[in-house]
Unconditional design. Structure first.
Length: 192
């Protein structure tokens, strides 16, 4: 059974002694040892108790990443009244593919490089304002939002804005998520 091999691997990786796990699930050390070695087949209910205990221990050992851990704290924005030229300079200057759009300090939409390029090709591009080509705003999430949920949002949006008590505090793009997770899982280990 693969789950039995997985139980031992997880227990050992967490540094949980066999006796501790046995006490936590109400079985003897010997019984759990035989289960881990595949000598006896545990009940479904026992496997669930073991897995639940190990998951709780994983949660203690490796707290979940939040957007606070991976967000870019420097949020470059463009005002909705700005010209396309200003927006293009801001995108090019920071090598951004999208920007949040503000009006009176509030997020009112977004601007992607695709929308900007289409508008710059228009004959009256010099007079077009960002508000005229505004795209939907990126989702707003709190700093404590679990990073493991970001891939679902990124299936629909290129960026997520991070707020604290309604104030814009950061942005997370797909590239930020990739950089933040480079070589790690969606859980981080607690510093020693």
């Amino acid at each position: 059974m693969n789950v039995l091999v997985e139980i031992r691997k997880r227990r050992v990786a967490l540094g949980v002694p066999l006796g501790e796990l046995a006490r936590a699930v109400g079985r003897s050390d010997a019984t759990l040892s035989r289960i881990e070695r595949g000598k006896i087949r545990p009940s479904y209910e026992l496997v669930q108790r073991i897995l639940k205990y190990l998951e709780e221990q994983e949660g203690l050992a490796t707290p979940r990443l939040t957007v606070r851990d991976i967000m870019n704290r420097t949020v470059v924005t463009v005002d909705s009244s700005a010209t396309l030229h200003v927006a293009a300079q801001r995108m090019e200057g920071g090598a951004f593919s999208q920007l949040p759009v503000l009006s009176d300090g509030r997020v009112v939409g977004s601007l992607s490089e695709g929308a900007l390029l289409r508008a710059l090709g228009h004959p009256r591009a010099r007079r077009i304002r960002v508000r005229e080509i505004l795209e939907p705003a990126y989702p707003l999430v709190d700093e404590g939002f679990p990073a493991e949920l970001l891939p679902n949002l990124f299936a629909h949006y290129p960026a997520v804005l991070v707020t604290r008590r309604g104030d814009l505090k950061g942005i997370v793009t797909k590239a930020d998520l990739i950089r933040g997770l480079h070589g790690t899982s969606l859980r981080r280990t607690t510093p020693p």
